[in-house]
Design a protein around this ligand. Sequence first.
Ligand SMILES: [Zn+2]
Length: 437
Amino acid sequence: MGQFYEQVKERLIRYAKINTRSENGTGRTPSTACQLDLARVLRDELTAIGVSDVWLDEEKCVVYGKIPDNTGMPAAATDSLPAGACNEPAGLSPQHSPRPLGFVTHMDTAPDASGENVKPWVLENYDGGDIVLNQEQGIIMRAADYANLQQYIGQDLVLTDGTTLLGGDDKAGIAAVMTMAEHLCSHPEIKHGLIALAFTPDEEVGGLAKDLDLGRFGSPTAYTLDGDHLGWYQDETFNASAAEVTIRGISVHTGTAKGIMKNAVDIAGEFMAALPAYEKPQYTEGREGFFHMVSCEAQCERAVLKLIIRDHDAVQFAIREAYLQKVVDGINRRYGEGTAVLVITAQYRSMKEVIDTVPYMIDDLKAAISACGIEPKTEPFRGGTDGSALSHRGLPAPNLSAGYENAHGRFEYVPVQSMEKNVEILLELVRICAGIQ
Ligand SMILES: [Zn+2]
């Protein structure tokens, strides 16, 4: 049992019991008021640990804290960082020593499964077999269905009772960050640069950490701690936009429709048929992009089609957006100007182009993971993270796994040993960034 075992386990279990499920389309910030319950717990805990500048923005539900530089060396200038939005990447020179560090983790859990009345429990020394999550209701996690279980034989798994998610996404990340903070505050002899912490709401509903005040946060770079599989990290995400096509038809009595009717249902079908048949989520992987039809509501008079566009490559992404316009233009040529209207809404952009300006962030991260005896692994993330948006707001923010598995569902679990390792990785990162050998 490592030195952080009890702390990370206790924290995850305590945080998991607090319902922080976010919700789509509430139009509120945060999307659900219950997220403030955890925010207040984290604020009080940061204060008790001895973290400085602890502040909870009650309105936006963002918790901030700092562990000041204790090296006595001149730090990299962070006061030039403007409060709020800025477009330029921080461009911090790698020669600066010590380098400020930031960590951002999200407090909400996915709306996909219930987050109410979560009953976490620990299965010690997992034997590789099926796991009975709920005797009463006969809910069993079968080893044959979840191959990822095999790598955790002999470890201790935090599990659910099979009726809710666990919320290790992202409370396993919060537990690791908080335990790192506690360790640094209680060991002032460990020298480090500025360490900025933030806990944010609504990641699971596309919040993109939009209310994180970069000036208050105070570090020009950050790592998010989110994602599954210990030792994985991400420095590339999708470029993403949403598109809506509205088609105006002309409805007439079917008996006298000849030459007059324009059936929006048929035209919607033409639009969908023009999309590349095999560039869909179900046929793509790796760095292959896609179009995904989200919904199609169609009647003769009017049709509304909603879809999303994804591509890692910025050029291919632009070509995809342009292709939709080309299809819509074709429909308008055939059925008359104004028949189809396309509206594209930007969602997020890949963090890659920003992270490439701060390559030392990835070098440091890989070095920290390796130093803890784990092989760092990555692949382009087929989604977006809060870090995608933060990077483009001027806070380069690659992602390190929080170590959970089977997120967003009732079979979610977190090996305690993965969280312990993450604390070690974070402390190693702190050591590397302090620039002290
Ligand atoms: Zn997450």
